[in-house]
Design a protein around this ligand. Sequence first.
Ligand code: SAM
Length: 295
Amino acid sequence: MSATDIIPLTGNHERYEDTYYNAFYKIAQKEFFVEKVSQYFDTKVMKILTNAFDRDEEFSILSVGVGEGPHEFHILKSLQTCYASISSVSVDPNESMVQTFKDRVASLNVDNKPPITFQAFNGSLTEFATTSTLARTKYHLITSIHSLYYTADLQTTFSQLTSMMKDDGFIIVVCKKGDLISESFSKFAFLREAIPSYIPLTSTDVKEFAESQGLNVIASDVNMQWDITEVFDDRSDFGNKLLDFFTQTAYFRQTAPSEVVDELMNFWRSISISTEDENGRMLSPCHDEILVISK
Ligand SMILES: C[S@@+](CC[C@H](N)C(=O)[O-])C[C@H]1O[C@@H](n2cnc3c(N)ncnc32)[C@H](O)[C@@H]1O
């Protein structure tokens, strides 16, 4: 595979948004996943936050790799039921995805509800941490939901995040514990070489690193299965979008040699469960973890 032919997915914002929200989001049953994370936030995290922070304070939240903010939208709605006012800062290089989030947040600013101020930084976490005056604030809560795969190494990322967290603040990280994407990047050197900016990070790596820094971590599992059947059909537009998201490459089928595509397909077949019904859907197990991190 020639590295020059390969286009990292994060380098093509339009394709990223299309493959993530129009294909991957669907097979990963993200609506259901968002509900699970929201439930956990409401039943466990809200209690921790309201015990730690006065309801009269302005509550500040920093969201890293927010995308369209499906989780953060729910989090803001819940915070609005408890705090007098909220300041929300979002960091993401994909401007159009954040615009969708911004529009949704605007709908929460209605009479008789606590106001939410919204500011977005268009760039990476490192650019934010090193150039933005908003990075000098100490936040009550920082969220990084399925975005640590794109930031710097754990040492750098954690020093950036903890420097922006209040001493009694919290970081919520949602990260895969193991799935087809992390397993593919671990197994195939050609993927790691083609997309060096993508870190095949697992929640175990994050948890172990945070604990080694003396931080406290509370973890909760979310287990699901992805229906990846369409990825095996090379004529399927939906399947090709999934293929791009799984390899973190824009237009993988057109840019990678066919033997490389075949190797991946064989691997994915080997780790999937074929359903016994007449459709013979191919299901791939996926384990995620929600981590609540504090000093
Ligand atoms: C898998 S998506 C998750 C989006 C959203 N949190 C969600 O759960 O739907 C990863 C997000 O990280 C963003 N991202 C990519 N590189 C980044 C970086 N260096 N710093 C911060 N965010 C980044 C992407 O643009 C994308 O919005």
